[in-house]
Design a protein around this ligand. Structure first.
Ligand SMILES: [Zn+2]
Length: 298
């Protein structure tokens, strides 16, 4: 029985085969017990392109030089030269298997490539998980929304974007501006997650504008609308979580308060100037946000 670890679909997978592994060199240290015969192969003829590090892990566990199988008295904890063959031995961690291993210097390039692939894969997995949770939080799934979508795209971020656009228009027509505002946050979150920070910032600035204007949920029946307007600046308030996003992205993009002001006014004027429902102009609303940003800055 032979155990190998191979990279299959970007995952390290343990494979057991009956084929005997060729013994390349016998460890002459007779004090070793039977269990140790498994690692009595040298690492030399094994290719590492496929992330096959099982012998390196064995070398660490058994305290063997990966070049010549010299047996160390103590655990090898950092880079050193083998007293027997004089080759350099590196101590590295196999992140996928969470195990330490002893590497030859010539394995370093491949190890570093495998490592960066590993982190890239981790990032992709996280991104996938994020969007799955995103659909779930909106009471739906990617598959469901894909079916409803007419865009033809299969990118989950595009599908989610289309879905949010649809909900936003719906809420605006229904005079549910409180819910509309929540959808705009989700759109910002989606852009932020995609790394489109500047676009995300526009959405958070818009949410601040709607919050200062006291966006709320009402009805589109004209009679009631007079009594219950969708925006009530007297109840308006900024929410710390959203202001924090604005600060975070501005910091990341190296934006000054003046830069934020320009973006806030331009963006909100473009969307809401001439909208008679929204009482406070972008210029007026900016005063509140600026005050909040300055307070938080000190
Ligand atoms: Zn050696």
């Amino acid at each position: 029985m032979k155990t190998t670890i191979k990279l299959i679909n970007g995952r390290l997978t343990v494979i057991e085969t009956k084929e005997p592994e060729p013994i390349l060199q016998t460890n002459l240290d007779t004090t070793e017990s039977h269990e140790d015969t498994k690692v009595e192969e040298t690492v030399s003829n094994i290719t590492f392109q496929d992330g096959n590090y099982h012998l390196n892990i064995g070398a660490y566990d058994k305290r063997l030089c990966p070049h010549c199988n010299y047996k160390f008295e103590k655990e090898v904890t950092r880079k050193r030269k083998c007293p027997e063959c004089k080759n350099t031995i590196l101590v590295k961690t196999n992140y996928e298997l969470k195990k330490k291993m002893l590497l030859k210097e010539e394995q370093l390039d491949n190890y570093e490539k495998a490592l960066s692939n590993y982190w890239r894969k981790q990032g992709e997995d996280r991104k996938k998980q994020w969007i799955t949770n995103f659909f779930k939080a909106h009471g739906t799934t990617y598959e469901e929304e894909k079916r409803k979508s007419s865009s033809g795209s299969s990118n989950p971020y595009d599908i989610a974007w289309g879905m949010l656009n649809g909900i936003a228009s719906e809420k605006a027509v229904e005079m549910q501006w409180g819910l509309f505002r929540n959808v705009r946050i989700s759109m910002g979150d989606l852009l932020k997650q995609e790394g489109k920070l500047e676009k995300a910032l526009f959405f958070y600035l818009e949410v601040c504008y709607l919050d200062i204007n006291g966006a709320t949920n009402t009805t589109n029946r004209p009679k009631l609308l007079e009594e219950y307007p969708p925006f009530r600046p007297q109840d308006g308030q900024l929410f710390p979580g959203i202001v924090h996003y604005v600060e975070e992205i501005s910091h990341e993009l190296n934006l000054s308060i003046k830069d934020i002001k320009v973006k806030f006014i331009e963006h909100n004027n473009r969307l809401y100037k001439g909208n008679s429902l929204v009482p406070l102009s972008a210029d007026k609303a900016w005063v509140s946000l600026e005050k909040e940003l300055l307070v938080r800055n000190n």
